[in-house]
Each structure stands twice: as C-alpha cells, then as structure tokens.
Design a protein. Structure first.
Length: 472
C-alpha cells in the first residue's frame, strides 16, 4: 500500500482553511440570512433549524433558531451538533476515493479481493457498485427483525460484520441491473476501509479528515466521544402523536447509532457540515480524475435530484436552476447539505425535529441560496418586514390572496410568490397597485388548489423580506 500521499489532500485542505480571512460576513447579509431561516422555520414548523453557508472566500456564516430542551429551558445555538444521517456517506466515499488515489484499491475491484465470503453477497460486486448503490443487495436495516433487535438491547454496540451476518437476506436484484438505495453498501465499504488501513473506519476518517481539517464536531458517539453539545431530538416516543424530548433515550441508543455506522452514524454542527461539503465536493480532497468519476451519475429514482454518483446526489431541479452536489440524511434527526459549483459555496440545514425530513429541508436550503444570490451590498438600507407592515389575507385562502404593504419613500419593486410545500411555484404577482400610502395586489391561483400547506414569499427587488405559511 502506498502511503506517501496518504494525507496530502486532507492536509492541503486544512492549510487552505487555515489561511487568515480578510473579510467578515456583512451585517446586512447576516441579518437577511437570519430572517430567511426564521421565516422558513415558521413554514416548516420545526422545533429548531441550524444552518451554515461556507462562501467562496472561505468565510462561514452560521445561525440556529429554536428549541433544544424545555426542562431545563434551552435554545439551540450554532455550536450544537445534530445527527447528519446519510450525509455520512459522502465521508465514507471520500475515504474510499482517497485509497483509490493512493493505489491501495481500485474502484472496479471485486469484493472477493477484500472481504471473506458473506451469505447472499455476490463476491463479484465491485466497489464502484457499492458506492453508487447498484450492487443489487438487500438493505439490512430493512430486515423485519432489525428494529426489534436494536430495541431489545439499546446499549449494545453492533459492528458492520455482525449486522451483515445477522440481517442479510437474498438480493432483490443482480449487480449493475438497477439503482436502489441500500445502506448495506456502505457497511461493506466501511469493512473494506478497515481491511486496508488496519484501523476502525471511524478512526481512519478522523485521522484523514476531521483531525487535520479541524472539523472537531464530527463524531459517531457509539464508538467515540462527542466534542460538541448536542441539540436534543424531538420524537414521539410515547405514541400519542406529540413529539417528546427524546434526548436521553436517543443518546443511550447505541445500538441504532452503531448500526448506522459508516452509512449514517455521524453527528456534526451545520458549520462543520458545510465546510466538509465544500472541501470535498469542490475537489480539495481527491484528484480531479477521481472527482469526475464521483460526479458521474446514474438515474436514481426517488433520490433528491434523481441522479446518484459515488456517494453523492446530483440535483439540477431544486435550487434555482443551479447544479448541486450533496446528500440528505434521515435518522430521526434530518439533514440537507449541498455544494453549488457556480457559487463555490455550500449550504447545510439541520433539524432536531423528527417530523421535518430532509426533503422538507430542501426548500430551506433553496431560500437561503436565493437570499444569498440576491444579496446586494447597496441594499443595506432596504425596507424590512417591520417597516413594510405586510398584510396577507384571507388565511385559509381559496382561489384569491390579497396582499398589501406600506412601501414608504422607496422605489423598491415588490413581488409575491406562492409555492406549495415541496417548493413548486404556483403563482407570482407584482405588488404594484397604489392606493394612498399602500401598495396592494390580488394573486389568483390557477384553478382550485388541493387542501394543504402553502407559503407566500414577499420579495423586495428580489430579496426575501418575509414568508407566510398559509392553509388552503
């Protein structure tokens, strides 16, 4: 095994991240992004949201709003870690790609080169197929007895070898025949990392990435101590359809965290998550040739964006027409983390609310991206929601919405956009009918909309001012 450049890329990234930065995030942009996250928290009704953006100049903006616990009362802060779930897969895949770059393995190696025979696992499956979810294997976390086995002893720490031996069932497809999301793939990749390096996968990831790059909040608590306070999880654990502060239960649930392992077991802050995503997805950690392979995708129906590469999702449809690479994560906590090459920026949004999954976080990422993209430093004195005294009625609404505001002495152009819960635009209308000292508009929907939640965003010269949650 070649070791000369084993940590080269990680150390290079660490050096780049440690260069002193000359600029601070402008106060006006900070206020705008805070307002955007506050508004989207109201829309999603999440217990808390924690978000971070790393910009092209290396600066990181972070902000968190909402509840961590009520006894004792505590709000979340940007220093709190959240479980990031399957965003973990980007880290495991980066390690595998680095090993490929070092010549320690080939992405087209078959499993029989690295692992002993495992029942129901075709030894001719390749590492590339594991990374890309085209192995055809059964997902051991979907085994009908998996959850009961975890709950039978929540403090037990499971290894990937034990999970695969206990819960593997016959494969639903042949290798390479189709794409299907499967956590088993990443358990096997973790086992390959351990076989090649001689280290537990979590030790290898810490040695390669988190330590050299200063990402101190990353940890998998079933195997190693946490280095950051944790936002309490809110989950219905009593069966009454009301979320409870499940922190003590969840943090004792080592069986679940260890069984998520290299597929989804890591905690991190939103800031470290965004720093990680930008460093990896922009190509700081692996060669351009390997990054090009990672970004080569197959159709992945049901994934966020519908395209999947080597441990990453490609999304061309959800982010204002921009190309995005990243991943979502769902394991009671939820996470959405994306890199935008056109901006050379990354955005991560995390929640401690089990009712708000990673798909529901995509609109939050999108609105933060919109606010950042539309930010103009010359609008520092632009009107705020409080200045404008915006009224939106009726709520619930039918086919018509009335919007009015008080523009003051400004030539700002105002616009209202109605979207459904997944973020699809339903209708858009300029707010330009003047009467006395107010502007107003009547927004008509294209037909009768299905009952449900919608949101209306008011923008001033393209800048989000306020978002309203509406019922139909």
């Amino acid at each position: 095994m070649k070791t000369t450049n084993k940590y080269y890329y990680s150390l290079l990234a660490c050096l780049l991240l440690s260069i002193p930065l000359k600029a601070q995030v402008p106060a006006a942009l900070d206020n705008l992004l805070r307002h955007t996250l506050d508004s989207m928290r109201m829309v999603t009704r999440a217990k808390s949201l924690s978000a971070a953006i790393q910009f092209a100049d290396g600066q990181t903006w972070s902000y968190a709003k909402g509840i961590s616990s009520v006894a004792p009362p505590a709000d979340v802060t940007p220093a709190d870690a959240y479980l990031i779930g399957s965003v973990t897969k980007t880290i495991t895949s980066a390690c595998i790609l680095q090993l490929a770059g070092e010549g320690a393995l080939n992405l087209d190696d078959s499993l029989h080169r690295w692992l002993d025979t495992i029942p129901y696992v075709n030894p001719n499956i390749t590492i590339r197929q594991l990374l890309q979810h085209t192995s055809g294997l059964f997902d051991v976390l979907a085994h009908p007895h998996h959850q009961d086995s975890m709950l039978a002893d929540i403090t037990r720490v499971w290894t990937a070898q034990e999970l695969v031996a206990r819960f593997m069932l016959p494969p639903p497809a042949q290798p390479g025949a189709t794409w299907a999301y499967c956590n088993t793939n990443y358990f096997l990749l973790g086992m390959i990392i351990e076989k090649i390096t001689g280290n537990p996968f979590y030790t290898e990831l810490r040695n390669r990435f988190f330590g050299p790059m200063g990402f101190n909040s990353f940890a998998i608590p079933a195997f190693e101590p946490l280095n950051a306070p944790v936002a309490h999880l809110w989950l219905d654990i009593t069966g009454d359809n009301i979320t409870d502060d499940a922190h003590n239960f969840y943090m004792s649930y080592k069986a679940l965290n260890s069984s998520a392992g290299a597929a989804g077991g890591y905690f991190a802050t939103a800031a470290d998550c965004s720093r990680w995503m930008r460093s990896y997805m922009r190509g700081d950690l692996v060669s351009p040739a390997l990054m090009a392979q990672a970004r080569t995708t197959v159709n992945a129906p049901g994934s966020q964006g519908g395209l999947y590469g080597l441990g990453l999702m490609k999304n061309l449809s959800d982010f204002l027409g921009l190309e995005a690479y990243g991943h979502g994560g769902d394991l009671a906590y939820h996470a959405s983390s994306w890199y935008f090459p056109a901006k050379d920026a990354s955005i991560s949004v995390l929640t401690n609310d089990n009712n708000v999954n990673s798909w529901a976080l995509i609109p939050v990422v999108r609105e933060l991206l919109r606010s950042y993209s539309n930010f103009d430093p010359t609008t520092i004195n632009a009107p705020t929601a409080a200045d404008l005294r915006i009224r939106v009625y009726p709520n619930p609404f039918d086919q018509y919405l009335r919007i009015s505001l008080q523009p003051g002495n400004t030539a700002t152009r105002f616009e209202a956009t109605l979207c459904d819960l997944p973020g699809r635009t339903i209708a858009r209308k300029a707010i330009d009918q003047r009467s006395a000292n107010r502007l107003s508009a009547t927004l008509e929907t294209p037909g009768i909309l299905p009952p449900g939640l919608y949101w209306l965003t008011i923008r001033a010269d393209g800048r989000t001012v306020q978002t309203f949650k509406l019922l139909r």
